[in-house]
Design a protein around this ligand. Structure first.
Ligand SMILES: Nc1nc2c(c(=O)[nH]1)N[C@H]1C(S)=C(S)[C@@H](COP(=O)(O)OP(=O)(O)OC[C@H]3O[C@@H](n4cnc5c(=O)[nH]c(N)nc54)[C@H](O)[C@@H]3O)O[C@H]1N2
Ligand SMILES: Nc1nc2c(c(=O)[nH]1)N[C@H]1C(S)=C(S)[C@@H](COP(=O)(O)OP(=O)(O)OC[C@H]3O[C@@H](n4cnc5c(=O)[nH]c(N)nc54)[C@H](O)[C@@H]3O)O[C@H]1N2
Ligand SMILES: [Mo]
Length: 689
């Protein structure tokens, strides 16, 4: 882009890197006299961004220029976890790391484990050079399940891919069901379209155990018991069937023919009275929602990942995803469902060229599930497990804060016989446990390409400024590590530009993207499934799936129904959705944002607080057999009776008593996708001195 007309500032095309469905198009203004970023704004012409950024990212420069940025390689000098380091040169750090990794790899490369998630969603600074490095090494593979694999795999099992409605068409819906999403906090740019629809007369319904600010602004709020969405979906199907609100022609043409009769029988066992009991909802609310879904056109569901962090999360997503197929809502472009749009990008992404799985050269290393890192770091070698984990290389993630059952994660990271390297911007709880911390660049300092899981545009992020201090892009750190290890394949010398060229193909190439305003849209029909054509083998929506069977409601792992003895000791269900001004554990150390959140809190319903003698704003301890989380009680009807909301995800060291909400979560997995069950937890709360 050219310098803007009214000033001497240099304006650079950028993309928000964060793990959020919105993936905003941004422009970064740099003062050429000082080479400092002075402003970050949303691009007005980008349809979903429409010129607006969230509070967090409009302060991204505060994060980049934060006085506590790690700007040189650091070597640990104190005990693990103490955060005591001295600066070292890149040469010294890389040589020592390579020596340690070579010694382990000579015994067994699978004793080395990468650990990464979506600190940046960038295709280059995520899994590109890093993936090549670990493939060439033959390190253990990581199953990246921590967020979305229950719902994502369930959606793919049903529709054939992670595909759905265009987010912009929600503006034309007459009914919007916001299901397991606090959109104002975590999908703000969808909320804009929902508000447009509301102003045009649409009805908005929220399904969430917490009375969020989003729920406050909807016409109806079904405040169900956590982990009971599958039961609700079955009762909705029951009503669609008995009231003849099905679109039989759509079902006959586009729904798996031998799956529907069996599911129909199952749904007929779920009259609204039964679901009302299981979900803890008034039966009228279920009937009303069924009537709305069955009789309003176009009707759209914004499903989100909040409802799949429970044992039955995968099955529940399958059931919810079937609803718009039974009513034929897909016939209209403003009808249907959106959980994720990430599957559409397969048409332009060449992941094999970017990640080079061929470098495994016939080896098939074991896979470790990132969601059980607490247990897996504490495991000894065994025939089932393979070698003990001896080295861990962490990038784009803060597992000590975000992984479930953190007392075990901390013990694992504190192991003296574990060699840990962390690529980071800051000394997070995880970096504090590293042998080496390597300084990484932020989004303002590196090149990247972005796809999205909430819209269907590919975005370009050009570096606005040079790397601060001695920081380097993840790609360059892995390039240098590869050289230090003696990996001499030419692909380890590919520049970021070359990686960008190799990553895209077909309708969106890097060349074309560079010539664009900063984003390009995928060619996808307005109403993609109006005439069926789901990306399944036969083009039909799948109900009875090999290996999964028919979808059903599953009780949570930890509930009064499934675990009555445990519930007698720990009677409160706990969910831990994000605090609005943090992005998972990112931004907790940005003071202006932390000041808005003020302190770690747990919301407790007035009845539950009274029963325990808890006063509003009193210090409390949230606990179970796994750990104890110290925070402040907010006595509030934002919590449902019997459910407490521990808003996440604080850095342990910035929280109370060095704890956060993952002290009490567990490592049991979901029904589909081997994901964590962060919102399927029993606890007790007591006043703390
Ligand atoms: N501000 C902000 N935005 C974010 C994030 C953030 O940390 N902060 N995180 C980003 C990431 S990584 C993700 S994955 C997405 C997450 O965003 P979402 O997919 O929307 O998921 P959550 O925020 O986990 O939960 C959304 C809502 O689901 C509710 N919920 C909890 N349990 C249940 C249940 O059993 N049933 C139902 N129906 N609802 C339930 C929660 O109370 C919460 O209000 O947001 C992204 N955007
Ligand atoms: N109790 C509870 N726990 C949860 C959740 C919950 O709702 N409740 N949500 C879960 C979900 S949905 C998710 S997605 C996970 C998120 O877990 P993570 O993916 O670990 O996300 P963050 O906590 O944001 O940590 C990302 C880190 O990456 C770093 N980073 C960012 N960009 C770069 C870069 O370019 N290079 C390098 N080297 N580092 C970078 C940031 O500084 C930050 O410390 O947490 C999960 N944990
Ligand atoms: Mo996530």
């Amino acid at each position: 882009m050219n310098a803007s007309a009214d000033s001497t500032l240099r304006v650079v095309r950028a993309a928000c890197p964060h793990d959020c469905p919105d993936t905003c198009a941004m422009q970064v203004s740099v003062d050429p006299a000082t080479e400092r970023v002075v402003r970050i704004q949303g691009r007005a012409e980008h349809v979903t961004t429409h010129g607006a950024l969230c509070t967090k990212v409009s302060r991204y420069a505060e994060r980049t220029y934060h006085p506590e940025r790690v700007l040189t390689p650091l070597k640990r000098v104190g005990p693990k976890g103490a955060g005591q380091f001295v600066p070292v040169t890149w040469d010294e750090a890389l040589a020592d790391i390579a020596t340690r990794l070579k010694a382990i790899a000579a015994r067994d490369p699978e004793a080395i484990l990468p650990y990464s998630y979506a600190g940046t969603m960038g295709l280059l600074q995520g899994e590109s050079m890093a993936a090549r490095f670990f493939h060439r090494l033959g390190a253990s593979l990581l199953n990246r399940t921590i967020c979305a694999s229950a719902g994502g795999d369930a959606l793919a099992a049903t529709y054939g891919g992670k595909v759905g409605m265009h987010v912009r068409h929600f503006a034309e819906s007459r009914l919007i069901v916001i299901w397991g999403s606090h959109s104002i906090a975590s999908n703000l740019h969808f909320w804009t379209f929902a508000q447009q629809a509301k102003r045009a007369g649409a009805k908005l319904v929220c399904i969430d155990p917490r009375r969020t600010e989003t729920a406050d602004k909807c016409h109806a709020h079904l405040q169900l018991r956590p982990g009971t969405d599958g039961a609700l979906a079955l009762a909705l199907m029951h009503e669609l069937i008995v009231n003849d609100w099905l679109d039989q022609a759509y079902i006959d043409a586009h729904v798996q023919a031998d799956g529907w009769p069996a599911l129909r029988e199952r749904a007929l066992q779920w009259p609204p009275e039964r679901a009302a009991e299981v979900c803890g909802l008034p039966v009228e609310q279920i009937r009303d929602l069924a009537r709305d879904l069955g009789t309003t056109k176009p009707a759209a569901i914004r499903l989100n990942y909040g409802m799949q962090r429970v044992r039955g999360g995968g099955n529940a997503v399958r059931l919810v995803a079937l609803l718009p197929c039974l009513t034929g809502a897909w016939r209209h472009r403003a009808g249907g469902l959106l959980l994720s749009s990430s599957g559409w990008f397969g048409m332009v992404r060449d992941d094999a060229a970017r990640q080079r799985p061929d470098l495994l050269a016939g080896r098939s290393p074991r896979t470790i599930n990132m969601s059980t890192i607490g247990d897996d770091l504490l495991r000894e070698a065994s025939p089932d497990f393979g070698p003990k984990v001896e080295a861990l290389i962490v990038y784009n993630s803060n597992p000590v804060a975000v992984a479930p059952e953190s007392p075990k994660v901390v013990r694992g990271f504190a192991r003296d016989d574990l060699f840990t390297v962390v690529l980071e911007h800051f000394l997070t709880d995880t970096a504090d446990h590293a042998d080496y911390v390597l300084p990484a660049t932020t989004q303002l300092e590196h090149l990247d390409l972005h796809t999205s899981y909430g819209h269907t545009d590919v975005l370009l992020n050009e570096p606005a400024i040079a790397p601060l201090g001695e920081s380097l892009p993840n790609t360059e750190i892995f390039r240098r590590l590869a050289a230090a290890m003696g990996f001499d394949e030419p692909c380890f010398r590919d520049s970021d530009e070359a990686l960008a060229e190799q990553t895209l193909r077909g309708a969106v190439t890097y060349e074309a993207l560079k010539a664009s305003p900063g984003w390009m849209s995928l060619p996808i029909a307005d109403a993609p499934f109006a005439e069926g054509g789901f990306p399944t083998r036969d083009g039909r929506v799948q109900i009875d799936v090999p290996g999964l069977g028919l979808p059903d409601h599953l009780e949570p792992h930890e509930s009064v129904v499934s675990a009555p003895a445990l519930a007698a000791r720990y009677p409160l269900a706990m969910i831990s959705p994000p605090a609005r001004n943090f992005l998972n554990s990112t931004f907790v150390n940005v003071k202006s944002l932390r000041d808005i959140e003020s302190e770690p809190i747990v919301e407790v319903h007035p009845d539950d607080a009274a029963a325990r003698g808890l006063a509003d704003r009193a210090p409390v301890r949230v606990f179970n057999d796994r750990g104890s989380y110290h925070c402040t009680a907010r006595v509030s009807t934002r919590a449902r009776p019997g459910v407490v909301n521990g808003l996440g995800i604080w850095w342990r060291k910035l929280g109370s008593h060095g704890t956060n909400v993952n002290e009490v979560t567990h490592q049991q997995l979901t029904d589909i996708g081997q994901a964590p069950c962060f919102y399927d937890v029993l606890v007790e709360v007591e006043a703390a001195g």
